[in-house]
Design a protein around this ligand. Structure first.
Ligand code: MLT
Length: 266
């Protein structure tokens, strides 16, 4: 704010990766990660689609903005990227925070969304304790650096990954260590402010699909079923075996298979 007037928001030119041709599929990553989490899906879908995986603002190679925290701005950034790439509309598939951004796109840029895939995410807003916890994490990460995020690791990964996939645990751990603290704090505050999206799903005029790791304890199978039930045409729910919240990283082939099935159905 300056002189009492709200400054117009500025969209960020998102760094991104692109592969393949055909129907555009936009993959929106989880908090506090980057497009790197979708490496397998980018490679695995490229024979069937034009896959576009951006780094959301502040993450990976994308710059943070100076605006007030809001997932709407992340959605505007994605719409700006689609403008730059001359993509009218695509299948928008978001995992967790990426799912919140996909729902913000349904609200703000519905014409850019040909279908929506909601993966390990939820349509409910945060309650007050969850908001307070996000603020605590936001402050801790700015004060103490990325190490403040380490306790998240166990919640992000399912029990099978924690027990049997040392390489995945180490990789996600390195990702958590490489975040920008200010961007993490910004995104936590943006997620805390997000609205309930059930009405958005109920009003969606495009096909929806839901994906959930069977061991996801952060956004559970109940959250997934509740999202599916909100759509006027309840969509299929793909349950990803032996995967937790980061299903696309923990069981990448199964998530790629689900997305290939989504593309076949459209
Ligand atoms: C994510 O994986 O993007 C986060 O768990 C989302 C959240 O904190 O609600």
């Amino acid at each position: 704010m300056r002189g009492g007037a709200t400054l117009p928001s500025v969209t960020i030119d998102l760094a991104h990766e692109e592969a393949g041709s055909g129907r555009p599929v936009i993959l929106l990553h989880a908090f506090p990660l980057s497009r790197a989490m979708f490496a397998d899906q980018v490679a695995g879908l490229a024979d069937q689609a034009r896959v576009i995986a951006p780094d959301l603002r502040g993450f990976g190679e994308s710059q943070p903005g100076a605006d007030e925290p809001s997932l709407d701005l992340m959605a505007d950034d994605v719409a700006g990227l689609l403008d730059r790439l001359e993509v009218e509309a695509g299948v928008v598939a978001g995992l967790s925070m990426g799912g919140y951004v996909a729902m913000a796109m349904l609200r703000r840029h519905a014409e850019r969304v040909a279908a929506v895939v909601l993966m390990d995410t939820k349509a409910s807003a945060d309650d007050q304790p969850a908001r307070e916890n996000r603020e605590r994490v936001a402050r801790a990460v700015v004060e103490d650096g990325p190490s403040a995020l380490r306790p998240m690791l166990d919640a992000l990964l399912g029990e099978t990954t924690r027990a049997e996939r040392r390489g995945v645990v180490d990789m996600v751990s390195r990702w958590l260590d490489s975040v920008r603290p200010e961007a993490v704090a910004w995104a936590q505050r943006a997620m805390a402010a997000r609205p309930d999206s059930f009405a958005t799903l109920a009003g969606a005029l495009v096909p929806g699909f839901v994906v959930v790791g069977e061991e996801d304890t952060m956004t559970t199978r109940d959250d997934a079923l509740a999202m599916a039930a909100a759509f006027a045409q309840p969509p299929p729910v793909y349950v990803i075996p032996q995967a937790g919240h980061l299903s696309a990283v923990e069981n990448p082939d199964a998530v790629t298979g689900a997305l290939r099935d989504v593309l076949r159905r459209l």
